[in-house]
Design a binder for this molecule. Structure first.
Ligand code: SF4
Length: 67
């Protein structure tokens, strides 16, 4: 699974990510994009939508031995 990360220092508050998120998991709070992880389905649609590359992701391992 991937985890969505929003870099607040890069966010300009244009809301492009808010518009594309089908789950309405992103909102603007004080002009900065904030993710509600409980709504996010981790499809990654918002990542290319940001013109300032403020959204990225990291892989989260499900556990196990790593092989
Ligand atoms: S990964 Fe998908 S569901 Fe999650 S915030 Fe981005 S667009 Fe919305």
């Amino acid at each position: 699974m991937i985890r969505i990360i929003i870099d607040k220092s890069k966010c300009c508050g244009s809301g492009e990510c808010v518009k594309v998120c089908p789950e309405k998991a992103i909102s603007l709070v004080d002009g900065v994009a904030v993710l509600d992880e409980s709504l996010c389905d981790h499809d990654g649609i918002c990542i290319p939508a940001c013109p300032y590359s403020a959204i990225s992701y990291e892989e989260s391992e499900p556990g196990g031995c790593g092989f």
